[in-house]
Design a protein around this ligand. Sequence first.
Ligand code: UDP
Length: 332
Amino acid sequence: MSGRHLVMGGGGFLGSHLCDQLLARGDQVVCVDDFSTGRRSNVAHLGEHPGFTLVEADVSVELPVEGMVTGVFHLASPASPPDYLARPLQTLAVGSEGTRRGLELAHRHGARFLLASTSEVYGDPEVHPQTESYWGNVNPVGPRSVYDEAKRFAEALTMAHRRTLGTDAAVARIFNTYGPRLRPDDGRVVSNFLLQAMQGEPLTVYGDGSQTRSLCYVDDEVRGLIALFDSDLSGPVNVGNPDEYTVLQLAHTVVELLGSSSTIVHLPLPADDPTRRRPDITLASDALGWWPTTALEVGLARTAAYLAEDAGVTAPTRPTAGGAGADDSARE
Ligand code: UDP
């Protein structure tokens, strides 16, 4: 049965892809964004869609949504480290006040609420790979805490709402996600490396590059979020790709994929940068029948094509989309 869903942060990288997938399956979408880190261009193509409504608002201040709502997805937050480090108070506000407003609205409407939480709740993890039962290792006062603790508070608030008021709420823990609509100036590793490789500039590896991340392509990620929303699980549920790479491996993969002449430079490691990260997705695969299907090279090629056009730089010379073979959607 189709619904009318609110997407908080629907103008962002992940949020706009969620709007697309919900509309594609026949849901109506009310997108709320203040475009502080999201972009109008991410949802410009939906402007004429009869099922799409755009509300410009800061959800930590107000949630001016009219009419019945059947679902609330809370994806409103800066997510890139440079973005949240530049907006520490806003990040804490959207994780706390924004989450409270979303939960209260969902409760009033009897709607299902889905919180986009993060692998950052695990901090610099002592358990590897990370299972949902691990409580994490977070510095509560370091610079990253504005994001990590905002999301941890948001999880606590979501679960308290569920327990005390019976709000139908769930928590997804999102691991590093990449794909088209990453801003060229986003500052995360995939957009940085792809743009640097396309421009022949050195790839900026922070630290010695031995830290690991597990990268999920955006279409897979959003499919996982919707699967959790459609279920009756409360979570938390890890939604991420368990294929783990060192940052240095990723740099070499990008250079090779694009046939780039770029070299690698090492820059200082940011404070509290997690040394490793990989989701255990047993729960998502067993309970939701969800797992990622997009091979890294396929996702990187699509992201490179997007960034090349967005940033107006030379398109990659060695397209390999479809060549990795592990991706059904690549054969569209
Ligand atoms: N990183 C890097 N070079 C960059 C950007 C990021 O080496 O230009 C590293 C960063 O230190 C981290 C990893 O890549 O270890 C992922 O960083 P990102 O900002 O994408 O996300 P995070 O997982 O830190 O939230």
